[in-house]
Design a protein around this ligand. Structure first.
Ligand SMILES: Cc1cc2nc3c(=O)[nH]c(=O)nc-3n(C[C@H](O)[C@H](O)[C@H](O)COP(=O)(O)OP(=O)(O)OC[C@H]3O[C@@H](n4cnc5c(N)ncnc54)[C@H](O)[C@@H]3O)c2cc1C
Length: 280
């Protein structure tokens, strides 16, 4: 197996284009475990840890730029995730346990595209975009269009994820991520990421994403619309959740049955709304 450690985005892209069956390695938390289990045996690994400009969180006029190599722990500890962007920080805090949060990177997490992972829903609720780099330069993919199926993304073969761009969103927004797990630190049986803004007692903005109930994170404009301009009564939440349940396509697996997952959607949505009403 060949191993490269490029120092620039251009160099990394050139290696990905030149070498057959090349894969990026970021934190290695998932990739190395899969290689150890003989699930993957790439002929070339491209280590991203020395690539400049793809690590850390920077604030700009539009919001935040999170480099792909930023670890979950760095995101979890950062104070830059204000207003609705906080949904990302809340998700990072609930991923696995400290050793994994120190190893795993946001770029690696979303590239792996596990439907039970925490960042995919959080990035959709935050209305983020994913920056990918390839031979033709960079392009932005809305988080809503990034996840295509189980472990499948819109990143082309010779491209890799270099950053996540998070818009500020409404100034008075608040964000929350809630999940049900079998045991502490596990992947979600079901998760809900939610961003809300309030105008007095009315909800003026809502964006909901549900994880682990389909091959990709579930986001419906119609469900957001039910909560927007509502008083967020139990009935409003049940109506929004009913649309999400109808659109979901959960599986039975070790973490829970499809029926259990459907039943969790309204409960988690209510929990997230109630936490945000307290924060607002
Ligand atoms: C025990 C355990 C528990 C976990 N629990 C949770 C949990 O509760 N919630 C959760 O969300 N996650 C969980 N995870 C996943 C973990 O948090 C990381 O997100 C995951 O390991 C991937 O990040 P990484 O940086 O280690 O990626 P890697 O393992 O390095 O790579 C993962 C995949 O992405 C590709 N890749 C990596 N970086 C890029 C890039 N920049 N561009 C394109 N492709 C890239 C690799 O080729 C590989 O296919 C858990 C993992 C473990 C091992």
């Amino acid at each position: 197996m060949k191993y490269f450690e490029p120092t620039s985005i251009d160099e990394a892209v050139a290696i990905l284009a030149r070498e057959d069956d090349a894969r990026c390695v970021s934190g290695g938390a998932t990739l190395v475990a899969m290689m150890n289990a003989d699930l993957l045996s790439p002929s070339t690994l491209v280590g991203l840890r020395r690539v400049s400009g793809i690590e850390g969180i920077t604030k700009n006029q539009q919001g935040l730029r999170i480099g792909a190599m930023t670890t979950h722990a760095t995101i979890a500890k950062s104070g830059l995730f204000v207003a609705g962007m906080n949904v990302i920080n809340r998700a990072a805090n609930q991923i696995a346990h400290p050793p994994i949060r120190n190893m795993g990177t946001i770029g690696g997490s979303i590239s792996h595209a596990d439907p039970a992972a925490d960042f995919p829903t959080a990035l959709i609720a935050a209305n983020a975009s994913i920056e990918v780099s390839g031979m033709d330069g960079q392009r932005l993919i809305p988080a809503d269009e990034f996840f295509l199926g189980y472990y499948e993304t819109a990143v082309a073969e010779n491209e890799f994820v270099t950053a996540i761009l998070v818009p500020k969103g409404p100034e008075n927004a608040v964000g929350e991520h809630v999940k049900v797990t079998r045991v502490d630190g596990d992947f979600a049986t079901v998760s809900v990421s939610l961003v809300l803004a309030f105008n007095e007692n009315q909800c003026s903005y809502a964006r909901i994403a549900v994880g682990a109930v389909a091959a990709t994170p579930l986001h419906l404009d119609e469900a957001d619309a039910v909560l927007t301009d509502s008083a967020l009564t139990d009935e409003d939440i049940d109506n929004a959740a009913a649309l999400l349940v109808k659109a979901s396509d959960p599986i039975d697996d070790v973490r829970g049955s499809a029926n259990y997952r459907r039943a969790l959607i309204p409960r988690l949505l209510k929990r997230a709304v109630s936490l945000l009403k307290t924060d607002a």
